[in-house]
Design a protein around this ligand. Sequence first.
Ligand SMILES: [Zn+2]
Length: 507
Amino acid sequence: MQLGLEEVSWQAEIAPDFLWIAFALGRRTDWRSVNQPLDIVDRLMSGSDDVVDGRLSSFARVPADLRRPVREALKDAVPSAFPSNFGHVLGLFPDCPALWLYDDWLLRNTPDPEIGLPLLRGIVEDIQYRGSVWGTRARLAALVRLAINDKWKFAAGTSFETVPHYPHSLSSSEQKQLESAVRAAWLAMDKMQRVDDPDLGKWPQSFWSQCRRLAPCHVSKPESEEPLLVEDNAGSLDPEPLMRLPRMQAIIKALDGLGDALRTAQTESADEPDADPANGVVLGFASRLYRMLYAFLERPSIWVPDQALLYLRPIVDSRIVLAWLISRDEPDLFLAYQGHGRGRLKLLREHVKADFGDRPDGEAKEMIDRLDARVNLEREEMVQEVNVGSFTNVTPRTMAEQAGLKSEYDLLYAPMSSINHGEWPSLRDLDTAPCEEPLHMGHRLGAFRAPSRYVSVDAPLRGFELARDGIVEAFRFYGVEVGDAFKSLEEALGGALPEGDESDGGK
Ligand SMILES: [Zn+2]
């Protein structure tokens, strides 16, 4: 705990140190191919306090005068331990701490990226994820070397006691237990080692940055969906690529009918003048829900999951604010809502004026006059306060709770906000793609993909429900029932796409 909790990344800061171990173990996990060469290094290093555990950085611990004898001993006893193809890998990295193992080879050979990079990609893909089997075994191989040399201590009675016997003298469940203990403990142990040896992280860092120069980024073009416009043999364009025209016409007819019905129904709500501010706000919100629903439903090309939310989010927003205002039903609150908006408009007019300078002319003058008229439409601007905050200090979340719409907030408003604001997970999933070059740690680049064209009625139905519930509630505020006015639209919408097949756009 004293070492701090900032996480050391296995992939970025540790894994490149294990390239040789992983290469030597191979996919068959041949432990001898790691232990035989390192036994030889140990023998030549006997008397030294340092241990070479197979990590590339650890090879730097071999003193300069021992390096030639080590190379020769290895070549005689285990020539396969540092073969030519791995030389084409390490040779690409002039600062690799183990490169001296190839000093003789490099006199006669030039590292070839055509050979080295494909091999390197394979190794990196095997070990770069923390939980991978091969990464775990590579770590164990190094631990075994440290344990053999009495360089690694562990509490008695833990599964780490079995490390020197790994893997052949352990049952498979003992092996599994040890592997998971190693995964959990490695990062903490590595951190302690870094306190002793601050250079430990240099090689991995340098490795990854050189990879960016050795191999270019690679992002495939996303597979394209059905084209929006399909050319037929005669060369004309398919006029209804997403949905059959009659279905769309039915929806628009139902929307128009609904608008007529609501416009008429609201006249029954004509109240005392005292209630004007409240009525203007409540019916205005109901009308806004209707307009936003209309805009959404008449554009089937927007009924695709990654775009629909841009339309749904303001619908949820209005649904919550309206429900909250109705549930509070306080005249001052409606006035505060209106006053706040007017103040914002007044502020905007000031900004526009300042932007146009002292003597605005022509179009600029016209624009300011229009703004002046809007600012003064209801009352003298002298009496208007400018408040740059919001009209109430109640957050949308609290509004939703107080209006009984908590699940609408949690399941719609919050996630849609994160998507509309382009928060990272949304950006990541919709707008980035991992670089496919295995040597780049899967960093992400822009995907530049077209929006999906798989139309689904899920979002339109959700938008319909939200707008309907909000509008019905607004009219109930006046004791008027308008639920039946939504029936024909619901039917038209239900028949918009063929059942069980949402992706063919009705073809
Ligand atoms: Zn890349």
